[in-house]
Design a protein around this ligand. Structure first.
Ligand code: SF4
Length: 237
């Protein structure tokens, strides 16, 4: 496994044109089905959001931190009064149905994102991901992929392509539809930005981490800015 720094170098060397080629060959058009914004039967909607994205959403929607983000549940224990323990990411907040808190349906049941212009990178790039060790995969099984071997050979790392240089497509009914070159390039640019940001955040979390005493019933989120309470305030305040 490569170091996070090495993966970051690889991500920064990704070529938007090659990513756009992969997206074009898979094909995609959003059908506005809302599946990537809603929870499933047993599982609440779970999508990673960076700390600065939380603040941007707070500002644009005038919501409190807790109404934008929640501690990523993975790794938390089931305490008597709910989840407890330490976690290392924020997830978009969910509503009582388990859907994203920014997903709203009109009277005809047609859903839309009320934060569309400020939606996080993971939403802007769904259903695609770049497979690198430090990058996350959106929910849903991988259903298609395109290797980027030629790109990695041409990249700055000097490494040849392998299974890590892959654009993956996850379950989505919009896959396989024609996409214009300019839309593919926009999506590719966001996909590269997301891969870089995820690795920068992972490095930041690793470097900022300090063991923190977590009382029973409490949750602490370690992000790239340090340890925080679920309302986004620093633990040491
Ligand atoms: S922020 Fe918007 S696009 Fe992203 S999951 Fe929520 S409703 Fe969907």
């Amino acid at each position: 496994m490569q170091s996070l720094e090495s993966e970051l170098e690889t991500a920064r060397a990704l070529k938007v044109d090659t990513l756009a080629d992969a997206i074009e060959s898979i094909g995609f058009e959003c059908t506005r089905c809302g599946a990537c914004c809603t929870g499933e039967a047993e599982d609440d909607h779970t999508a990673t959001v960076f700390p600065d994205e939380v603040r941007e959403l707070q500002e644009s929607t005038e919501r409190d931190w807790r109404d934008v983000a929640r501690p990523m549940p993975y790794g938390l224990a089931d305490g008597e009064d709910g989840p407890e323990g330490e976690t290392f990411e924020w997830a978009l907040q969910t509503d009582s149905c388990g859907d994203c808190a920014f997903y709203e349906e009109d009277d005809d049941g047609v859903g839309a994102c009320v934060a569309h212009d400020d939606r996080p990178l993971i939403c802007r790039t769904y259903p695609f991901s770049v497979a690198l060790d430090g990058t996350s995969q959106p929910m849903g099984a991988v259903v298609d992929s395109v290797a980027l071997g030629a790109q990695r050979e041409a990249g700055e790392t000097g490494e040849t392509g392998d299974e890590e240089g892959v654009v993956r497509a996850h379950e989505c009914e919009g896959l396989g539809r024609d996409i214009s070159r300019s839309d593919a390039e926009d999506l590719a640019a966001a996909l590269k930005e997301r891969a870089v940001r995820e690795l920068e955040e992972a490095i930041g979390v690793r470097d900022a981490y300090e063991p923190t005493a977590v009382a029973s019933g409490e949750v602490v989120v370690h992000d790239s800015e340090g340890a925080k309470r679920p309302d986004g305030t620093p633990v040491d305040d």
